[in-house]
Ligand binder design. Structure first.
Ligand SMILES: Nc1ncnc2c1ncn2[C@@H]1O[C@H](COP(=O)(O)OP(=O)(O)O)[C@@H](O)[C@H]1O
Ligand SMILES: [Mg+2]
Length: 356
């Protein structure tokens, strides 16, 4: 009798206590052996004695007798399976809020549109808050284009994992510039595009925020993915986000998209606070003419919008070469005492004041 023949005989043995699944499917068959006139099967049972063990041993024997020539010696042994305690399944629905219980403010950094400098603002705001003495973490939730690793020069960092209280795996954030960073980018191969479909992206995101040992924080900023789709709604609903900071540029087209972002947080289903609006690329200042302001994307678009919606304008960040360069070099502008660094410190101070 071949191993496959034995296995198909064993598939006829169903465990009534396990949804009637067969013992092969349940992984209970630990060993099979056969020789001339001899078949041996070892079944593994979990440590706590299975009340149906005797029944299953009998059924296994009966099935083998049916499928083997008369006179075959059948041996069915039962052993207690000593297995390592199974790792808790990382099921998003099982995630608890335990790791973020000691975070005072969870604030999303959002925009209706990509490319307005949302990540730049989020990273620099985090660094600036840390410079002001707050305990800060930032979760880069932009699954489509994680930029925290590059902007903080932590590309290639591999977060450690430890076992949490309920047996779940908990990830340790990467610490740099006084901030705890977490990014989906730490789990992807360098240069590899991340292509996630909706539900998968949502799950990965939630794990990346809820399963991280943030410790005690004053602020946990979340660099949200651009747009206002299902991911956003689900993210805001599943993570106890207090509210959001909205980033825009003065350009009209960006403003129209940002209005969608504002509406998203204010709609009945979400209904969260908007801490303030940040106008990024508010004007251009050339390095050699630091007093000059050129309103290349239009003047005061952010201010007008803030007034229209009754949201405080908490920051105006100029477009300067050093912001882009420091972002690319992984050394956030907010670390510096240049005018652009001070603009981020000012923003951080305003946010802290409003958040309380
Ligand atoms: N105020 C600024 N001055 C100069 N460059 C900026 C500024 N804000 C953003 N950038 C640059 O613009 C690009 C897009 O910014 P990013 O923060 O990645 O946008 P988003 O996260 O909204 O897609 C980056 O190269 C960044 O360095
Ligand atoms: Mg971004």
């Amino acid at each position: 009798m071949t191993d496959n023949e034995i296995l198909s005989a064993l598939r006829e043995v169903r465990h009534p206590g396990m949804g009637d699944r067969d013992i092969v499917d349940l992984g209970m068959v630990q060993e099979i052996a056969s020789g001339d006139n001899h078949v041996k099967v070892v079944l593994g049972f979990p440590k706590h004695r299975d009340p149906l063990a005797e029944y299953l041993i009998g059924s296994t024997r009966a099935s083998l007798i049916r499928h083997t020539p008369q006179g075959t010696e059948i041996e069915v042994k039962a052993v207690v399976r000593e297995e390592a305690p199974a790792k808790k399944k990382q099921n998003v629905n099982d995630l608890t809020l335990e790791e973020i219980n000691n975070v005072r403010h969870i604030i999303g950094v959002a925009s209706g549109k990509g490319g307005v400098g949302k990540s730049t603002v989020a990273v620099n705001l985090a660094v600036a808050l840390a410079r002001l003495g707050y305990r800060v973490g930032l979760a880069d939730a932009d699954v489509y284009g994680p930029s925290v690793p590059l902007m903080t020069d932590t590309e290639g960092a591999v977060p450690d994992a430890v076992e949490g209280e309920n047996g779940n795996e908990v990830i340790l954030p990467i610490e740099k510039y006084g901030v705890k960073w977490m990014s989906i980018g730490y789990f992807a191969q360098a240069g590899q595009a991340l292509i996630w479909r909706g539900p998968m992206a949502c799950n990965a995101l939630k794990q990346m925020i809820l399963q991280v040992r943030w410790g005690t924080l004053d602020f946990l900023l979340i660099d949200m993915p651009p747009g206002t789709g299902d991911i956003h709604i689900s993210l805001v609903n599943d993570i106890p986000m207090e509210g959001a900071v909205i980033v825009t540029t003065p350009q009209a087209v960006a403003l129209a998209d940002v209005e969608k972002g504002v509406d998203m947080f204010r709609n009945d289903k979400i209904n969260r606070k908007i801490f303030g609006l940040v106008e990024n690329m508010a004007w251009f200042t050339p390095e050699e003419l630091p007093e000059n302001k050129y309103y290349i994307f239009g003047k005061e678009g952010g201010k007008k919008m803030a007034e229209k919606y009754g949201i405080p304008l908490i920051g105006q960040i100029p477009i300067v070469q050093s912001i882009r360069e420091s972002g690319d070099a992984g050394e956030p502008a907010a670390l510096s005492s240049r005018p652009d660094g001070l603009a981020f410190l000012d923003l951080a101070g305003k946010l802290a004041e409003i958040a309380g």
